[in-house]
Ligand binder design. Structure first.
Ligand code: PMP
Length: 459
């Protein structure tokens, strides 16, 4: 137990008194208080009442190797003892960042050239947007500054990355998005597909929408396109067949950079090392965070090819410096943990485990479609979601978020932590999950769904 300075307060009361939470209704928090997690082991975490849960979302889609991997802890300790901090400004470097850059370029499925380091997914996307602008200036195309992301995409919460994010809660009341950041159709066939439209026809329509937007804005003004291979926080949206093939054809036609946001998909989540491999994406830029260190240390990285990098290098040379970089960028602690984390993922073949256990888990989720409340089951590898509806025929809900909220609460009662995004409930367990543990998780989901069915039935 954490010792508190103020002995007349419970940790719950202290949390309410002084802790402003992200992604939380702050007023409601005063009434319901925090859920305090004390420890973790493997795929499980335990709260301060001693109750154990499966962490069905790997924290925030990120703890790939599980909650107490000694190899990462030892790598962190060793690095802290040897060199707890150094930076990479002004030609300085250190072994951990050098080795990690080598490792990442080697892991890439397409020819990559350089890695730039940041501290979070948001910071990484923010940095890429600045690089896109800098690059267009370097190329003598100052008008080529607009970028296109997708409705329901998630790229973070800084001013630029929240603008790239295509979700209302990240824009509303924050005066976002900023100019020059546009959004195109979310590739969610089940939700956006029209009557009689096949999956492939829908993919064609998405690509046509993108092209129409580029035409409307002026092809010479659009510099980059952002996409997660599988949308995560937008509700786990798996792209329809042929989608990325058609999107990439449009981007090639107009000389537009492809930024793959692999913050969730990277390092095995989709059953390949990168989600871009699963969907045959050949990105110019890959953004990585979360599972790169299994979130033991905040860390992120931007990997880019020469097409993207060379103009940046030229421009920095003519100005005399690349005027961007973070105190913590490429931090030795994060870099050392990332290297060990990637070694664990490779040696234990957790990518294959994601594919195999993920396929089994998805097959079990599919059986839930018999429930009157399940509109769609979707996923790939170890990232999936169920979408709850009140009316299957119209795919509608009576109150947005109600069923998702009930389901989430039921699962938590029954020992499974996950997260609902409106009425989609996501599953993204640690990559180390075994088949037996996936079954254990499924049983909790099925039981919770039965409970929600009877709650709704008796309402
Ligand atoms: N991109 C994607 C795809 C993400 O899922 C997230 C975080 N959920 C981010 C970017 C932002 O990362 P961070 O929270 O570390 O800023």
């Amino acid at each position: 137990m954490t010792e508190l300075k103020n002995f007349d307060k419970t940790p719950e009361a202290s949390d309410i008194a002084h802790h402003f939470h992200g992604y939380t209704d702050a007023r409601r928090h005063q009434d319901v208080g925090p859920m305090i997690i004390e420890s973790g082991q493997g795929i499980y975490v335990t709260d301060n009442s001693g109750k154990r849960y499966i962490e069905g979302l790997s924290g925030l889609w990120s703890v790939g190797v599980g909650f107490q991997e000694d190899r990462l802890i030892n790598a962190a300790t060793k690095q802290l003892k040897q060199l707890p901090y150094y930076h990479n400004f002004g030609h300085k470097s250190h072994q951990a960042a050098i080795a990690l850059s080598d490792q990442l370029v080697e892991l890439a499925h397409v020819p990559m050239s350089k890695v730039f380091y940041t501290n979070s997914g948001s910071e990484a996307n923010d940095t890429v947007l600045k690089m896109v602008w800098y690059r267009s200036n370097a190329l003598g195309k100052p008008e080529k500054k607009k970028v296109i992301a997708r409705t329901r995409g998630y790229h973070g919460v800084t001013i630029a990355s929240a603008s790239l994010t295509g979700l209302p809660n990240n824009h509303r009341s924050f005066d976002l998005p900023i100019d020059r950041v546009l959004h195109t159709t979310a590739p969610h066939y089940w939700k956006e597909g029209r009557d009689g439209e096949t999956e492939e026809q829908f993919a064609t329509r998405c690509a046509n929408d993108l092209e129409a937007l580029i035409q409307k804005e002026g092809p010479d003004t659009v510099a980059a396109f952002w996409a997660e291979p599988v949308m995560g926080a937008g509700g786990v949206v798996v792209p329809p067949k042929t989608y990325f093939e058609k999107i990439q054809a449009v981007l090639a036609k107009y000389d537009i950079i492809f930024v793959a946001d692999e913050v969730i998909c990277g390092f095995g989540r989709t059953g390949e090392m990168f989600g871009s491999i699963t969907y045959d994406i050949r990105p110019d830029v890959i953004v990585m965070s979360k599972q790169i260190t299994s979130s033991y240390v905040p860390f992120s990285a931007i990997m880019m090819n020469d097409r993207f990098y060379q103009p940046l290098a030229d421009e920095s040379h003519s100005i005399g410096t690349f005027g961007h970089g973070f105190t913590g960028g490429g931090h030795p602690l994060g870099a050392a943990v990332a290297l060990e984390n990637i070694a664990v993922i490779r040696e234990r073949d957790l990518v294959a485990n994601a594919r195999e256990v993920g396929t089994h888990f998805l097959q079990r989720l599919e059986t839930l479609k018999e429930s009157p409340l399940i509109g769609e089951v979707r996923g790939v590898g170890l990232i999936s979601a169920i979408e709850l509806v009140n009316d299957k025929a119209t795919k509608s809900v009576s109150t947005v978020g109600k069923l998702g909220g009930l389901m989430n609460a039921a699962m938590q009662r029954n020992g499974l932590i996950s997260r609902n995004m409106a009425d989609a409930v996501a599953f993204c367990p640690p990559l180390i999950i075994t088949k037996a543990q996936a079954d254990e998780m499924f049983e909790i989901i099925a039981k919770s769904l039965r409970e929600v069915e009877s709650e709704i039935g008796s309402a």
